[in-house]
Design a protein around this ligand. Structure first.
Ligand SMILES: [Zn+2]
Length: 284
């Protein structure tokens, strides 16, 4: 604990607050690390930011059947992850391919990204990747880094205290949304892929869906550079990322037996659901 605090150079006045939460074991890695906010605060911050975030990405696609389908695939994977939280999955109307996770477990995927996918295991892969950012607290650690301990703790305190609601909501929404759209580090991406692979496999999905998706995004971006620029800004894609995901599947006895080319039993349902999306606006 002390080592963690010294490492971050946190002012003494914040020691009391930090001591309430302090060093926690990361459920994804088993490593000890300093997390300044409690899970309750993390969830409250995510909830506060969600409506604004949803609006910014075009609002939710108004199709209950499609939303229920994506939620069910997400829940199936989330139930097998290492951090039990109340996860939620929403398809937003933005045509720009991307997916985001807010602190606390709210996950958004854009219509633009759903349109690029071919089958259910690829959807499970994207949602598993986002769940993993929450499990490994990449976004909480991002907030700590970006905002600094003092601002984060003061904002978390304000979210938990009632009163001053509108102003607090606005401030939190802005900051949390900013962090959710920031660039994850390459190491965070490798970790989110390998945890995502683990969770989707536990949920019964063929883990090659992850590599399939990364490969198809890579070849699309080679054909149309710029189309995926925003997504890669948030989740950098490198050839090493594909190699790491491939190695993760091949080296793990739990995933090794799956075959890359096997048909996806969820493909027909996925494509039926994908057709429910509004037609994409013509490319400029
Ligand atoms: Zn990512």
């Amino acid at each position: 604990m002390l080592a963690c605090i010294r490492h971050l150079g946190i002012p003494l006045a914040l020691l009391f607050a930090a001591a309430l939460v302090g060093c926690t074991v990361n459920p994804a890695t088993g490593k000890r690390e300093l997390i300044l906010i409690s899970t309750e605060q993390e969830i409250a911050m995510g909830q506060e930011a969600a409506p604004e975030f949803e609006k910014e990405f075009g609002g939710r696609v108004s199709d209950d059947q499609l939303q229920a389908y994506v939620r069910a695939v997400g829940q199936k994977v989330a139930e097998r992850c290492d951090r039990p939280l109340s996860y939620d999955f929403v398809v937003v109307a933005s045509g720009t391919p991307n997916a985001f996770a807010l602190p606390g477990g709210k996950v958004f995927i854009t219509a633009g990204l759903v349109r690029l996918m071919e089958n259910e295991r690829q959807l499970a892969a994207v949602l598993g990747h986002e769940i993993s950012h929450v499990v490994a607290k990449h976004n909480v650690k991002g907030m700590q880094r970006q905002m600094g301990a003092e601002l984060l703790l003061s904002l978390a305190g304000r979210v938990m205290a009632k009163g001053n609601q509108a102003e607090t909501a606005q401030a939190v929404a802005k900051i949390v949304a900013g962090v959710a759209t920031m660039k994850y580090s390459r190491d965070d991406e490798y970790q989110a892929d390998s945890l995502g692979i683990r969770y989707m496999t536990r949920a019964g999905y063929n883990p090659w869906g992850m590599v399939e998706l990364l490969n198809s995004l890579a070849s699309l971006s080679a054909r149309e550079p710029g189309r995926l620029a925003e997504m890669f800004q948030t989740h950098p894609l490198t050839s090493k990322r594909i190699a790491e995901a491939t190695a993760a599947i091949q080296n793990d006895p739990a995933t090794r037996a799956f075959s890359a080319g096997a048909p996806d039993p969820g493909m027909a349902t996925f494509q039926q659901m994908r057709r429910r999306l509004p037609t994409a606006p013509a490319a400029k």
